[in-house]
Write a protein that binds this ligand. Sequence first.
Ligand SMILES: [Zn+2]
Length: 325
Amino acid sequence: MAAGNRHDPTRTACSDSGYSLMEFMREYPDDAACLEHLWRTRYSPDGEHAECPKCERERVFKRYATSQGRQSWTCTGCGHHVHPTAGTIFAKSSTSLHLWYFAIYMMTSTRCGVSAKMLEREIGVSYRTAWRMLNLIRNELMRDDGIPLSGDVEADEASVDGKPRKQGPRRQIALGPSRRSEAAKLRVRSRATVFAAVERGGRIKATVLPSRHGPHLQRQLVKWVEPESIIITDDWPAYYGLKRHFIDHSQINHSAGYYVDGNTHTNTVEAFFGHLKPSIRGTYRKVSHRWLQGYLNEFVWRRNARYNPTSMFESLLDAATHERV
Ligand SMILES: [Zn+2]
């Protein structure tokens, strides 16, 4: 290894990292740096001039120290205050912006997810606060972009373990062997159906569906995928009839033990499930159906972000500077 400056560590070119912790610490050393970043990105590229909505023209803005430590810049022409956090997920949050930025950094530095318990320990907030932060990041910053998929698109569905309710299987098992078959049925019911579609060499989309029956799967594919595409699935009968909606549909006969036939396979989408399922088990243990979509958003976002020209951290932070929809 070449000798580097140990007092100023830099990211090695051969590292998989697109943005290291050292860079984060240098760029965002405190709360003020994060606020300044929001101010410059959202309102004032030079940090001084911005469009005043009241004066309806460009004005010089100043940040005045107030006893409440107000997070705003003031128009020197009319006294109008501009709050850089307004309309974003940071608005009205009493948690330091610096901690928010670090939570965003953590979400992009992992490949297997960040649990609220872990964030609670890392940044020293309550479990409730950590959970709320992650929930907002997953559901506001990482949600589906609405751009349809096209080309060769693989689709598949899978079951993800849900969280059993208090009255669920565990209590039933405790009641005795006669109730075990009932418990097994409840366990099946506690699983959620997750459906995903992926462009070969491109983006992926995933959602929770009420069932794996034809109408649900096909309706979702029509919503996600351009009609001029070729769909590739396994031989599950729910996919029969897809040729009506797309230019072609090929199926690989998994039930007969065939997994690849030339270009016909569902290995790409299965690889996504092969990463999603153990990650959920390892990081979150079990996820309730109510919040499962947020976790899907997270894994989908990270997988798609690899095609972004900027680092994952910069992409997610960029999403955070936009107004909430
Ligand atoms: Zn003004």
